[in-house]
Write a protein that binds this ligand. Structure first.
Ligand SMILES: Cc1cc2nc3c(=O)[nH]c(=O)nc-3n(C[C@H](O)[C@H](O)[C@H](O)COP(=O)(O)O)c2cc1C
Length: 200
């Protein structure tokens, strides 16, 4: 699947068919995840595959009672080995841990989408409870739970216009060249946008 199509078509899925996900597809997604960039290439991520219903129930209850998560045939808990990061980047261990795992999660979700699987990123949980349920070692933190399964819904995309999040040279500056706007007309030809911008 084309990368742009995968990025734009992926949606968070919260309704799943009961059909199981083959292990080989889960491993494909983990493989994609572990190709993500990471600080110092430390690759500090760990992936726990959860299929047991009782464990899924306990995790969902500890994710602010989001019981819809149990419907997904698999949950993937992405953990960060923070001790590993700390030995290289003491001050930045928390932020690098989260950033590395977030990038891995996005790779995971895009690969899943390309395999016609749905996902949803969930991180509203008590780390202590998740660690207890999954017997996660000291020095390792759960950073995200990804629900995984075949979608039984097709949510629509809601995105702001790129004008609202794009500035030129300094924060807040949208005054480049009025003819550039709306910026979305350049999305398929980013080269034109920049050649025009350089002239001003
Ligand atoms: C850090 C983070 C935490 C999230 N936590 C939850 C969550 O707890 N429950 C949920 O249903 N969706 C969660 N989501 C998914 C977002 O709600 C979803 O990505 C957003 O609404 C945009 O929808 P889309 O993914 O379909 O484009 C989370 C996403 C991120 C990035």
């Amino acid at each position: 699947m084309d990368v742009s199509k995968a990025i734009k078509d992926r949606r968070s899925i919260k309704n799943y068919k009961s059909k199981d996900v083959p292990l080989k597809d889960i491993l494909e997604c983990i493989d994609a995840a572990h190709y993500a960039p990471s600080s110092g290439n430390l690759q500090n991520w760990k992936f726990i595959i959860i299929k047991d219903h009782e464990t899924k129930q306990k995790l969902a209850e500890n994710c602010l009672e989001q019981l819809w998560m149990c419907e997904a045939p698999a949950l993937i808990v992405i953990c960060s080995d923070r001790d590993c990061i700390e030995s290289y980047y003491e001050q930045h261990k928390n932020i690098f841990s989260i950033q590395n795992c977030a990038l891995a999660a996005q790779n995971f979700m895009l690969r899943a989408h390309s395999l016609k699987l749905g996902t949803c990123f969930v991180s509203g949980f008590s780390k202590m409870q998740i660690k207890r349920i999954l017997k996660i070692d000291e020095g390792v933190e759960p950073e995200a739970i990804i629900t995984l399964g075949y979608p039984s819904e097709k949510p629509i995309s809601k995105r702001h216009h790129i004008e609202t999040c794009t500035f030129f040279e300094t924060y807040g500056n949208r005054r480049a060249d009025k003819s550039l706007f709306p910026l979305s007309k350049h999305v398929k030809s980013v080269k034109n946008l920049f050649s025009k911008f350089k002239k001003n």
